[in-house]
Ligand binder design. Structure first.
Ligand code: FE
Ligand code: FE
Length: 395
């Protein structure tokens, strides 16, 4: 018999895993595939408990007669080493050929595994290309492992099915039905995870927020966002502000950037945020307020200081809190910005004196808006003007 083995944290198991197993079975004429949830992994912390992950895999495989669940690793105490698992499998299946199904990322790490030469001698590796990494890199690595250790490595021609477990977990955390993303998990798994609150009992992590943002923001905007996170974290550290809050506010500051004008206006109405005629005719201005609402509604942010920082990130306001000031400034001077010749001065100033930096940015903003063609003076948000009046004494 040829037996496939697919290991993973399965936190949660999703349709990508099932697809890869089926494809491997077809391509290499496997008799069955064992799904093996990992136990305590020394590489990943903060993983759902073994019983829940095991149960989700069990539920997911119910309809597949040739897929079996294996508990060899999941309930084993201490660290899990693949070489030990393989030794055990060889006792259970002494006359069968074992095929180990891995992702390309794993191919590049196998040499760091305990007793990797034992692994290479006793199983055939099937590399499933899930992410579409650089193919020649994989081939080179495989050739090297074959030559060096006699590894048997085959590639699985699977269409790209690159689901991110991080994104799936984030999906479970969105409370508002308006933003529920389609879960790429079997229905029984979705039900189990929801009923047992596996993922929605803790706030979203930064990595999860980022995965969700990638669905809504253009790559250019993500790059800008990460620049603001970097700058905000740096300024928060220098000026003794809460770094975690600064990072979260920075990450979400432009979350509503690409919503339609109507969606932005609806969000503001729902949160009783005032919307002026000026904002309705310049919907670009509205993304900050709508962003504060979306941060709460979709991303579960309850901290009013964070919402305030998002709300005022484009206009600023008089007497900003430290956090709001840091986000306002970071948005203007993050490392990817090139829009003003004074940026380097502002960056140095921000480290020394936030009030002075805010005053200078507000001055430049007002001058820029006033000097625009057709003299669109009216397009300056009154809050920006008020903020400038407040901070100009610091210049
Ligand atoms: Fe913005
Ligand atoms: Fe921005």
């Amino acid at each position: 018999m040829k037996i496939g083995i697919i290991g993973g944290t399965f936190d949660p198991i999703h349709n990508g895993h099932i697809y890869i197993a089926g494809k491997a079975m077809e391509e290499f004429s496997l008799s069955k595939v064992l799904f093996m949830p990992t136990g305590v992994s020394y590489m990943k912390t903060d993983v759902s408990n073994a019983k829940d992950r095991y149960e989700m895999v069990r539920l997911a495989l119910k309809d597949y007669p040739n897929f079996e669940i294996s508990d060899l690793e999941v309930f084993r105490g201490g660290y899990t080493y693949t070489c030990e698992t393989i030794a055990e499998l060889k006792k259970i299946y002494p006359d069968d050929k074992l095929y180990f199904i891995i992702g390309t990322d794993t191919l590049f790490m196998m040499e760091k595994w305990k007793n990797y030469d034992y692994i290479f001698q006793n199983v055939t590796i099937i590399v499933a290309d899930r992410a579409g990494e650089n193919e020649s890199d994989q081939k080179d690595k495989a050739d090297y492992l074959k030559k060096q250790f006699g590894a048997k490595i085959k590639f699985l021609k699977a269409k790209k099915y690159n689901l991110s477990a991080t994104l799936l977990r984030a999906g479970f955390k969105i409370k508002s039905p308006a933003y529920k993303i389609k879960q790429d998990c079997p229905d029984s798994v979705v039900r189990y995870a929801e009923e047992n609150h596996l993922y929605d009992s803790s706030p979203m992590k930064e990595s999860e927020i980022l995965e969700l943002l990638r669905l809504d923001l253009k790559p250019k905007r993500i790059t800008h966002t990460l620049g603001v996170v970097e700058m905000a974290a740096k300024l928060a550290e220098i000026h003794s502000c809460d770094i975690k809050k600064a990072r979260t506010a920075a990450l979400l500051h432009d979350c509503a950037k690409y919503l339609s004008t109507q969606e932005k206006a609806d969000l503001c109405r729902e949160y009783h945020f005032p919307v002026s005629d000026l904002e309705m005719s310049n919907p670009e201005l509205l993304h900050a307020k709508a962003g504060a609402a979306l941060a709460s509604k979709k991303y579960g942010i309850e901290d009013e200081e964070i919402m305030d920082a998002i709300y005022y990130h484009t206009t600023g306001k008089p007497d900003m809190s430290l956090l709001t000031m840091i986000i306002f400034i970071s948005d203007y001077i993050e490392p990817g910005r090139t829009h003003s010749p004074k940026l380097n001065d502002f960056r140095a100033m921000a480290e020394e004196d936030l009030n002075k930096c805010a005053g200078n940015i507000l001055e430049e903003t007002c001058l820029y808006l006033e000097s625009r063609p057709n003299n669109k003076i009216k397009a300056i948000d009154p809050t920006t003007k008020e903020a400038y009046e407040y901070y100009k004494i610091y210049i």
